[in-house]
Ligand binder design. Sequence first.
Ligand code: HEC
Ligand code: HEC
Ligand SMILES: [Ca+2]
Ligand SMILES: [Ca+2]
Ligand SMILES: [Ca+2]
Length: 462
Amino acid sequence: MVGIICRYSYAVILLVGAVVLSSCGDGLSEPDGGNFILSGGATTILNANSNAFSTPAPNLSGSQLDLHAKGDAEFESKFVAAPAEVYGGLGPVFNSNSCVSCHVRDGRGRPPFVGEEASQMLMRISLPGSDPITGEPLPVPGYGTQLFDKSIFGKRPQGKFRVDWAEISGTYGDGTSYTLRKPLYAITDAYRPMPSNMLYSPRVAPPVFGGGLLEAIPESAILANADPSDANGDGISGKANYVWNVEQSSKSVGRFGWKANTPTLLQQTAAAYRNDMGITSPYFPVESAFGSEQDDGHGDDPEISMKTLEAVTFYVQTLAVPARRNVRDETVRRGEVLFANLGCASCHVPSFQTGVLTNVPEVSNQRIYPYTDLLLHDVGEELADRRPDFDADGREWRTPPLWGIGLTSIVNGHTFFLHDGRARSLAEAILWHGGEAEAAREGFRTIAKEDREALITFLESL
Ligand code: HEC
Ligand code: HEC
Ligand SMILES: [Ca+2]
Ligand SMILES: [Ca+2]
Ligand SMILES: [Ca+2]
């Protein structure tokens, strides 16, 4: 294993210089042969430019690479209203016309600027309660569980939403002041009355690379970190979200989405087509607008084939993870120690060993460094959306993976973090943590300035 990594490192010396070369045999490789520079195991790429999230895993070859390329083209395709020769069927109501318009460069979306329409973010909606069989949030009559803020010509969007910001100020332990911005949402232009007890949950598009590796983590490895009643008394009580698995017609552990509300990438992809874009597939053959006055009554479903769905799923399963950078830097190393000492790693679990993902050997049996436990945590009242999503309550969110997070500004041109993009920097993202993460946040807030900077420098190396 170590030999393979060293050879792999050797192959890329020309690209990245001595940093990777010196990772062999100097303590950076772990006893099990893992190498924490290679965040995605053998799917890692040594690329720190604007394509860092949108490169095929380097261990793909032959027909697998072809399938990835087909999925890539589909991910970027813009749909139009039916009837159309190709890529018809958009809507009639939807949020955007292509996957990539939200997951820009396979990275993360952002909230709208003041006065701009939302384009990389959506609003989940529901009524209180959940479906007795599936556990899903209850749909809002005439709307469903997602606000469709766009429509094809001749139909009306369900409504629009606006974000305004309120500045909040705080101070670090050393007296330095900071400000955070709190979002205030308004839903406008509703096409029919909205119930007053409607719940809503804003969500920006998260990065999609490395998804196959997360899917390949054995359920038992995720559950091993769960401690729903905090039996070990460390203040951290991660819990798994049990969500409806459409293929199995039963519940399984959710992994994807800000509340881990989706169990597999196939289901995630099919749901994205149907909901975010209004594109039906053999997996979800019924239009999101079916039964409402917004339906176009075309009867042209499904609008994409299972082959397309599978290619796009494979694409997100096999996007490479960018390698870490500057791992030998002294400040980065100090930040990494702080990350562990402050308790960040209790939720942002550094590493996992993947199991076998059927038909995707490239992501199987890899030592990976995603910095997530894929579990739900109460991170406080300030981040609460008050909208339950399967077993996730209104204060719980999935620990997001941190791999690649240091490349966000290079890839996406912004540094807006958290489920609604409210944090304008990594430091602000940490300062918003509360609930189970309050002690970790207070640790960050009160350490010396150089230590805060070291922690951020470590995050930037991921
Ligand atoms: C309107 C914007 C939008 C469009 C269009 C969109 N997505 Fe998403 N995507 C999101 C949001 C928001 C989430 C998080 C959903 C949640 O938390 O419930 C998400 C989540 C995901 C995830 C899970 C990532 C993770 O680790 O949690 C994948 C994979 C994904 N989308 C793939 C796709 C694919 C494939 C398409 C096209 C078929 C697509 N998306 C279209 C906004 C979008
Ligand atoms: C109790 C579990 C927990 C602990 C402890 C914790 N986090 Fe988090 N972290 C989360 C959750 C959950 C979110 C997502 C919250 C949201 O989006 O509203 C998050 C989000 C983040 C984000 C933004 C990620 C993104 O994709 O937008 C960063 C950065 C981050 N945490 C870093 C840290 C650091 C650094 C520490 C230690 C000081 C820490 N976290 C401690 C659970 C935790
Ligand atoms: Ca359609
Ligand atoms: Ca615990
Ligand atoms: Ca249709």
